[in-house]
Design a protein around this ligand. Structure first.
Ligand code: BG6
Length: 303
C-alpha cells in the first residue's frame, strides 16, 4: 500500500491500483478510483478545496444536524449540515493488511482514521458557539479492491446527553442520470423535500430521476443484505449497504437548482451524479454522557 500525507490531504493506493484521497478539511473523501483509474465519485470542478467552504462533491460528513433544524433546542442555530464538513480533522493514522500477513495482493486493504473533537484546533468556531457539547468523532475510510467503507463513531464526552444526526453525503459518479435506476427502495416511506416535506411511499420498485429529487427514505429491506443499488443502462454499478443508519437520502439538483448553486460546475454536472446518502436523520439520536453513536456505509463496485 502506498501512501502520502501532505498535511492537507491523505492519499492511499492499493498494490492493485485502487486509490482514495481524503481532504483533512471535512475529512471529505474527494476521490475514489478503481484499478483502471476510473473515478467513482463526482466532485464539482468549482469545489473549494482550500477550507473556505464545504466541499461540493465527494463524500462530505454531515454532523450533528442534517439540513437545518430551527425547531430543535440544541441544533437550531447550526448551519446547514452542521460543522463536521467545515472543520479541519486530524489524521490519526493508517492500518493496512496486505500480502505480508499472508493475504494476496488483491486482498489488501487500507484504513485511514480521522478525528475531530470539541477540543480540536481545527474545529469550525461555529461549533463551540452553537453546539457547546464535549464530543469526539472518529471517522474511518477503508479502501479495498471492490469497495469503500466509511464509518463514524460519535462519542459524548460531556456530562449531559446530546442529540445528533449523522449522514454520509456520497456523490456517486454516473455516466448519464437519465439511464440510472435506484433499486432497493420498494415500499419505502419517504419525506419529499421538493413537495413541502410530504410523507409518501415508494410505490414503483425502481426509482428513476427525471427532475429535481430530494427525498429522505427509510428503506424497508435489511440494511446489509438488501443494499440500495444504483443501476445504469441496465447494469448494476454500486451497492450501498448500511450499518446502523436507517435512512437513505436521494438527491439530484437537476437543471434549475444546479444553476443556483455557485460551486456546482459544470452546470450540466447533475447528469453525472447521484447522491445516495446513508444516514440517521429521520429523528434524533440521543447519546448519553459517555456513550457513542456508531454508523457506517459500504459502497461496493458491481461493474
Ligand atoms: C441533501 C439535502 O442531503 O443535500 C438537500 O437533502 C440539499 O436538501 C443537499 O440541497 C445539498 O446541500 P448543501 O448544503 O451541500 O448545498
Amino acid at each position: 500500500v502506498t501512501f502520502s500525507d501532505d498535511n492537507s490531504r491523505v492519499i492511499a493506493e492499493l498494490p492493485t491500483g485502487e486509490r482514495v484521497e481524503v481532504l483533512l478539511y471535512g475529512a471529505t473523501v474527494i476521490s475514489w478510483k478503481d484499478a483502471q483509474g476510473n473515478e467513482k465519485l463526482w466532485l464539482s470542478e468549482a469545489a473549494k478545496l482550500d477550507g473556505s467552504k464545504a466541499v461540493r462533491g465527494g463524500i462530505p460528513v454531515v454532523f450533528p444536524v442534517f439540513g437545518t433544524a430551527p425547531d430543535h433546542p440544541q441544533a437550531r442555530d447550526l448551519p446547514q449540515h452542521g460543522f463536521a464538513r467545515t472543520s479541519r480533522w486530524e489524521f490519526l493514522g493508517k492500518s493496512t493488511s496486505e500480502s505480508m500477513d499472508g493475504r494476496a495482493a488483491n486482498e489488501a486493504t487500507v484504513k485511514l482514521d480521522f478525528g475531530l473533537s470539541s477540543a480540536a484546533q481545527g474545529l469550525d468556531p461555529i461549533a463551540p458557539k452553537h453546539w457547546p457539547f464535549k464530543f469526539n468523532l472518529i471517522y474511518s475510510v477503508t479502501l479495498s479492491q471492490k469497495s469503500l467503507t466509511t464509518s463514524i463513531v460519535a462519542t459524548n464526552d460531556d456530562s449531559a446527553p446530546f442529540e445528533c444526526q449523522v449522514l454520509m453525503h456520497t456523490y456517486l459518479r454516473v455516466k448519464d442520470i437519465t439511464s440510472v435506476e435506484v433499486h432497493g427502495l420498494a415500499n419505502a416511506p419517504y419525506i419529499d423535500k421538493v413537495d413541502n416535506l410530504a410523507a409518501k411511499t415508494q410505490s414503483d420498485p425502481t426509482l428513476t430521476i427525471t427532475g429535481e429529487t430530494d427525498r429522505v427514505y427509510t428503506p424497508q429491506g435489511d440494511p446489509t443484505n438488501d443494499p440500495v443499488t444504483v443501476v445504469e443502462a441496465g447494469k448494476p454499478r454500486y451497492a450501498v449497504a448500511r450499518d446502523n443508519l436507517s435512512n437513505v437520502v436521494v438527491w439530484n439538483p437537476w437543471t434549475d437548482k444546479a444553476q443556483g448553486i455557485a460551486d456546482f460546475a459544470p452546470k450540466e454536472g447533475f447528469r453525472n451524479m447521484i447522491c445516495v446518502e446513508p444516514g440517521a436523520v429521520g429523528g434524533w439520536q440521543s447519546v448519553e454522557a459517555g456513550d457513542a453513536f456508531e454508523g457506517a456505509q459500504t459502497i461496493t463496485l458491481l461493474d
